[in-house]
Each structure stands twice: as C-alpha cells, then as structure tokens.
Design a protein around this ligand. Sequence first.
Ligand SMILES: NC(=O)c1ccc[n+]([C@@H]2O[C@H](COP(=O)([O-])OP(=O)(O)OC[C@H]3O[C@@H](n4cnc5c(N)ncnc54)[C@H](OP(=O)(O)O)[C@@H]3O)[C@@H](O)[C@H]2O)c1
Length: 352
Amino acid sequence: MADKQYRVIQWMTGDVGQVGVRHFADNPVYDLVGVLVHSKEKAGKDAGEIAGIAPVGVIATDDVDAMVALEADCVFYTPIIMDVDTVCRLLRSGKNVVTTAGFFHPSPDFRDPAELIRTACVEGGTSFHGGGIHPGYAGDILPLTLARVMSRVDTIHVYEVVDVLKDAPLDHIDWMGFGKDKDTFLSEPTILGLGLPFFAQSMHMIADGLGVTIDEVTAAEVGVATAVEDIAHDEGAIPKGTVAAQRHEWTAWVGGKPLIIFHAIYLTATPDRLEPPWDWGETRYEIVIDGDPPTELTLKGVRQPDGTMAHPGYDWTAMGAINAIPDVCDASPGWLNHLDLGLIRPRGLVRP
Ligand SMILES: NC(=O)c1ccc[n+]([C@@H]2O[C@H](COP(=O)([O-])OP(=O)(O)OC[C@H]3O[C@@H](n4cnc5c(N)ncnc54)[C@H](OP(=O)(O)O)[C@@H]3O)[C@@H](O)[C@H]2O)c1
C-alpha cells in the first residue's frame, strides 16, 4: 500500500491545475502520464514549464481524444467549467475522476447530472469525487468536524472573507463587478449569486451529515460598500463612489428555522476607504457554531516573521481534492462524496 503509485492525467493547467502538475512532479505516490491544455500556446510545452518548475518529461497536448484513450488511474479534472459528457467519457474509459470543477455532493440541484455520472461510473467500473476549499472543505468538512465535539447544534455560520486586491487574482475585480455603479450592480445577477447551487451542495452535505433535511435555501439581499476615494490596483483603479466591497448571505432552513448561514464577504479596501466602513478583518474562513458549547474555528495562512500572510487558496483547492485520489482509486465504483469516503488518508505528504 505504502509503495503504490497512481498514474494521473492533469486535465487543464489553470491556477488549480498548475498546483496539480507541481504536486504530481514532487510526490512519488503519483506518476504524471498526461497533461491536457486548452490554449494553443501551451500545447507542445513541457508541463513543468507551464507550471513554473523544471521539465517533468510530459508534453502538454490539446488532443482530448488522445487523453481519453490514455491509460491512467485517475484524471485530476480542473477546467474552467465542468463538462458532464466529458467527465462521463473519462469515467467510462476506465479512469477515475477527481475534480474541483463544480459537483461534489449530489444535492437536489444536480440530480440529473449526478445520475449520468453514477451510470458512467457503473459502466466504467470507476469512481467520481469532487473537492476543493470552498465549496468542498471549509463550508462542509470543517463544520461537520467541529460539530463532532458538540452536544447540540443550533446555527452554523460559515464566513468566507477575501481581501481581493491582496489574496485573489486581479481578474476578480472585473468578473465580480467591483468598480460598477451600485444600483447597476444590485440590479444584475452577481457571479457569487449564480454560484449558489454549488455552495448549497456544502449545506446539503452538512445536513446529510447531521441527519436532517433542508427545506429550502434562500438568499438575502446583497450588501454593498462603496469606495470613498479611488482605490488603485495594478491595472487601474476602482473609482470613488463605485462598488468596492460586497456581502452575500445564504440560509439553509430546516424545520422552519435557519440552520446553516453562509456569509461571503469580498473587500478591496480597508474600512477607512469604504462607505459604510465595513471591518471584516483579514482573508480567512471562519466557522462559528451556536449551540452547546458554542464553538468556533478559523482557517487561514500562517503569518510570516516579516508580518506578511499569504492566502494559499489555490493550493488548498487543489490539495483538498488531490489528497483524496488514492482513496478514490482504491474504492468501489460510484460517486463518492466526502461522507462516503470518510476520513481520507493523504499519501506521500511526509517526504524528504
Ligand atoms: N471548490 C473550490 O474550492 C474551488 C476553488 C477555486 C476554483 N475552483 C474550480 O476549479 C476549476 C479550476 O479553477 P482555476 O482557477 O484553475 O480555473 P482557471 O485558471 O480560470 O481556468 C482553468 C483552465 O481551463 C481552461 N480553459 C480556459 N478557457 C477555456 C475554454 N473556453 N474552454 C475550455 N477550457 C478552457 C484553461 O486551460 P489551459 O490553461 O490548460 O489551456 C484554463 O487555464 C474551476 O472550475 C473553478 O471553478 C473550485
């Protein structure tokens, strides 16, 4: 068991996929046998070069059929958006699929694709598993783990606080709508709001783990703080008076009462530069459970001696899924969510 090696294919090399390439190159538990890319510029390059490390001897290709035909134990599937047909093809081809791209708990929103995935697993004798940091860990595994030491749970709050200019790629400014007129922003769908079905999977996983059923998931009105002055960043500025922070709140109701409340808070400035002067502190995940005894847990990077603290969001996202690969490959076929896998055993993390 200790020496067992797993042949893996890295499917796309964005922020998460590059963590995969680096990890598979470094951890002898894995043998990277193929890398699929989307962009023409990356095709033909050594995967190590794409991921910013020494060559690994695997040349990236954009040939999907070649990758589907390649023998491997598992595909680490990290495209921008999951394509269920492709995932099913991979599963039917005899390769397990572990992903950060969307589905990880077969909640009511994903009943139909879940059925397709389950069928493909049976046909290919393979397994499917999704993970990440949030959704997929901070808002589901952590609350359930915390509940394990409590005697009564009343309300579970999960906070995701992100200092966008410090801890997220710059493209988040545009696609999250920072710099927009407040009324325009509030009249349009938000990218986080559109993601609610994905985050709701975490709520359903908590509920399943606690043995209760969610009646409905509701979204409160989005909150906004505007910039009191121009907020400069590397590619320009968020203009004075426009959206500089946003807060989303989603509630899962059980038995007519709020059981789980997710708070997503994205900020581009300190309180003195915001109206209202929101003060949510630094980037972190925080789980607060009201009950007996009231209990809380914070997940964040480690402050360095020079006072800086990096937020390893993409590393956590990739590793939350990758560390499950051995258990997923060794399990019986099917869609394996976190509850099915139980406490997973990461392999090869302790190495010289
Ligand atoms: N659950 C979580 O905690 C969590 C957190 C973060 C991200 N995610 C998910 O993980 C996945 C990967 O995230 P990421 O940040 O690595 O994404 P990303 O960097 O934005 O993009 C992933 C890759 O998708 C490929 N791609 C780009 N445009 C494409 C197109 N039009 N058609 C097909 N492929 C295209 C590109 O591959 P090449 O560059 O190789 O050409 C790109 O690098 C996403 O689905 C994301 O939502 C989950």
